[in-house]
Design a protein around this ligand. Sequence first.
Ligand code: ZN
Length: 130
Amino acid sequence: MDDFYRENILDHYKYPRYKGHLENPDIKFRDVNPTCGDDITFELKIEDDRVTDVAFNGHGCAISMASASMLAEELMGKSLDEVKAMDKRFVLDLLGIPIGPVRLKCALLPLKVVKAGVWGLDAWQREEED
Ligand code: ZN
């Protein structure tokens, strides 16, 4: 059971989906996780409150990169309401393995970047405190 998820994480890490840049993104946001050195930028195209294109770039550990790649896949085509509904649980379920407190920031950085980019850092901080 765990093996499937571990292999999936490694696969996303080695062959990241949607890694790169967009031309003229509507939203571009970068954040870092200094404790691990993860550095992630997300770029989004938004049309009619829907994500029509997505790309991420940066570098970091396997957990942060796999989380970004999986999240990018999920974001594609979603409405902003659906993106807003993606929470910590959603990301942890995508990864599917137990994530300890130190790695939690790695796992959640991509979601933080997306949500802070769309709604501002305040919105994310309120969410993180829940
Ligand atoms: Zn990390």
